[in-house]
Design a protein around this ligand. Structure first.
Ligand code: GEM
Ligand code: ZN
Length: 381
């Protein structure tokens, strides 16, 4: 009996794949499409239909070796889902050219992705949840290059004297763990009878941007917005034309002020959760150094899903790239300013064989970060 050919598709929110050869259902050859107007690529997300249940189907992403972070494929396992909601890791291997993985499916259709996707529909639901369930205010709305809303939310009344803690997410559109993190923040802010949150919110307002780059995510980009701009390289020269997303947030920071900044990202290569700071800034202060150590020490003490042993090389004094959000905000506001990195792989200090790092673990990390912020809000200035 001839088999129905596999149907491969990616014409949906954050979809990204190019079919090279799907004629042999036992081995399908695919390629990842680069970001618009940019050579960057690594993010993939696609659907396969007409699978033969019980038969092994292999897939090969044949340009993985030319991706932005091609060393990151070693030790990486793709994620799969039959229902687009529950995701599991699929053993994968990198041969220097292609990323290869296979599945003996229990259902006739499956999705594969680089990480558990966070959809625009779920983003819209999250904004509603924030406003209607967490007593969070939508205080300003910017627009992306293609006109998608960039929401600035605030938990708190903006009263004089309260610290202003800013948390932004997914400047890099392929780093979907970032908006999972934001969902965890907003979920905890809905909880009643949470004295740790009461203590934080008595002293601080939270300024939240759940998604900085909706165009890039929608188009299945790894790194850039719809103009091919890396938003985390736009903080010295943002424009309304090329990087309106950053331009908007910088305007709002000037309007409200900043006492702490957290820029939420994902890292392709390092299998740990960690932070990078602004130690290379020309105006880096001992207070900033002290606050970084305080944040890292406290968060490490309350979860195994954070550590400071592994991470990026520290920048040399005065050598920081000031186009990065963390450095630019740290210099401008002389506050604790951090980039938070979650892994596309797993946290090797506390591995989960089934899921690796996941949306759920990103959410829990956010709740733990709120505990740390509550513990240290009184010393931020
Ligand atoms: C990173 S932040 C880069 C920080 N690099 C060092 N060495 N401190 C970026 O923008 O490249 C954040 C990310 O993409 O996850
Ligand atoms: Zn990033």
């Amino acid at each position: 009996m001839t088999q129905t050919p596999l149907k491969i598709s990616a014409d949906f929110d954050s979809g990204n794949i190019v079919v090279i050869d799907a004629s042999n259902p036992s081995l399908t050859t695919l390629a990842i499409r680069p970001d618009t107007q940019s050579p960057h690529f690594q993010w993939f997300h696609f659907k396969v239909e007409n699978l033969q249940v019980g038969q092994n189907h292999a897939f090969s992403l044949n340009n993985a070796g030319q991706s932005s972070y091609n060393r990151a494929w070693t030790g990486y396992n793709a994620v799969a889902s039959y229902d687009h909601q529950n995701w599991f890791r699929v053993p994968s291997s990198f041969d220097g050219t292609a990323l290869n993985f296979s599945l003996t499916p229990t259902e006739s259709q499956v999705y594969f992705a680089y990480f558990e996707p966070y959809s625009r529909a779920r983003h819209d639901w999250l904004i509603e949840q924030a406003i209607n369930q967490a007593d969070i205010d939508l205080i300003a709305t910017g627009e992306s290059v293609e006109g998608r809303e960039i929401q600035l939310l605030r938990k708190g009344d903006g009263a004089e004297g309260k610290r202003k803690i800013w948390i932004i997410a997914q400047q890099h559109p392929g780093e979907h763990m970032a908006e999972w993190f934001m969902e965890g923040l907003i979920e905890r802010l809905q909880e009643k009878n949470d004295p740790v949150m009461d203590s934080l919110l008595a002293a601080a307002d939270l300024y939240l941007v759940p998604h900085m780059n909706p165009d890039g995510s929608f188009h299945g980009h790894l790194r850039t917005n719809a103009k091919g701009k890396d938003l985390n390289r736009a903080w010295q020269d943002s424009t309304e034309e090329l990087s309106p997303e950053v331009f908007f947030v910088q305007q709002q920071m000037e309007k409200y002020g900043v006492d702490m900044f957290l820029d939420v990202h994902g890292d392709e290569e390092i299998p740990y959760v960690f932070t990078a700071a602004c130690e290379g800034n020309p105006g880096y202060t001992p207070k900033q150094q002290e606050l970084e150590a305080h944040f890292r020490s406290h968060l490490s003490s309350i979860t195994r899903d954070f550590q400071s042993k592994y991470g990026y090389m520290r920048a040399q004094p005065g050598q920081a790239n000031m186009n990065l959000a963390c450095n630019s905000v740290g210099e401008r506001y002389k506050c604790l300013s951090l980039t938070l990195e979650m892994p596309f792989k797993d946290n090797d200090d506390a591995p989960n064989e089934l899921t690796g790092w996941s949306g759920q673990r990103s959410k829990q990390l956010a709740k733990d970060v709120l505990t740390t912020l509550s513990e240290m809000v009184s010393v931020l200035r």
